[in-house]
Write a protein that binds this ligand. Structure first.
Ligand SMILES: C[S@@+](CC[C@H](N)C(=O)[O-])C[C@H]1O[C@@H](n2cnc3c(N)ncnc32)[C@H](O)[C@@H]1O
Length: 229
């Protein structure tokens, strides 16, 4: 096994067996055939998946999906492809999709590392957003962090020219690590106009559940937006 293959087996998440509410399991049952994306070895055609041609935003780790649903409602001109391994989160997003009648959302319940590698075509994304990724703050767990050079390179390959990567975190040391990893990718340019390298929270990003939790705990919030040349 090469180092690269070994690295791919280290997951950025622990599958938690959360219980689904009746509403969530009904929403999954009803909407999965039209809104769900199963893991496969074939590349997705977003125009077919969304039944129209529009810029596509990939959100990795959307949690309970409320902020993703808000964005999808506020930006009907964009397609939103959400990937989240936590099944109750997927159910919660689909409840919102159903209640709000959102037509521009599709969802995968698999590991984003695999989904990206196997299903997302090169140059197909307008934006990738990763809000409050698990910080894995213990040093021995740093290898589980999603934002690593290899994964960023895979993301950049899937971005269209001019496309952006937007990451937000409430962990200062992870923010510094993410800044370093994004800045080291020569195909990316930092959009920040501040010397510290972070951006002011873009107006399009709603508050998220984990953000609120971080703020309650006295954490700061750091947003990073890099653009593909
Ligand atoms: C700390 S939570 C943040 C959730 C949400 N973005 C928020 O701000 O409230 C991180 C989420 O990322 C998901 N996640 C972690 N690694 C993932 C991966 N490789 N693929 C898909 N989802 C992942 C976890 O299941 C978890 O729900």
């Amino acid at each position: 096994m090469t180092d690269e293959q070994h690295h791919r087996h280290i997951r950025s998440f622990v599958r938690r067996e959360g219980k689904l509410t009746t509403g969530q399991s009904n929403a999954i049952e009803q909407l999965w055939p039209t809104h769900g994306v199963d893991l496969s070895n074939s590349l997705l055609a977003f125009d077919t998946l969304f039944a129209r041609s529009a810029p596509t935003v990939l959100e990795i780790g959307f949690g309970n999906g409320l902020s993703l649903a808000d964005m999808a409602e506020q930006h009907p001109e964009l397609n939103f492809f959400g990937v989240e391994v936590h099944r109750p989160g997927v159910g919660s997003l689909l409840v919102q999709v159903k209640q709000r009648g959102l037509e521009n959302v599709r969802v995968s319940q698999d590991d984003a590392v695999q989904v990206l590698e196997q299903q997302v075509p090169e140059g197909s994304l307008h934006r990738v957003q990763i809000f409050f990724p698990d910080p894995w703050h213990k040093k021995r767990h740093h290898k589980r962090r999603l934002l690593q050079a290899e994964f960023v390179a895979a993301l950049v390959q899937r971005l269209a020219p001019g496309g952006t990567i937007h990451v937000a975190t409430d962990w200062e040391h992870y923010a510094e690590h993410i800044l370093e990893v994004l800045a080291a990718n020569t195909d990316l340019e930092n959009t920040s106009t501040h010397e510290h390298g972070y951006v002011d929270k873009p107006a399009y990003r709603p508050d998220t559940k984990y953000e609120a939790r971080g703020i309650r705990l006295g954490h700061g919030v750091w947003d990073l937006v890099f653009k593909k040349n």
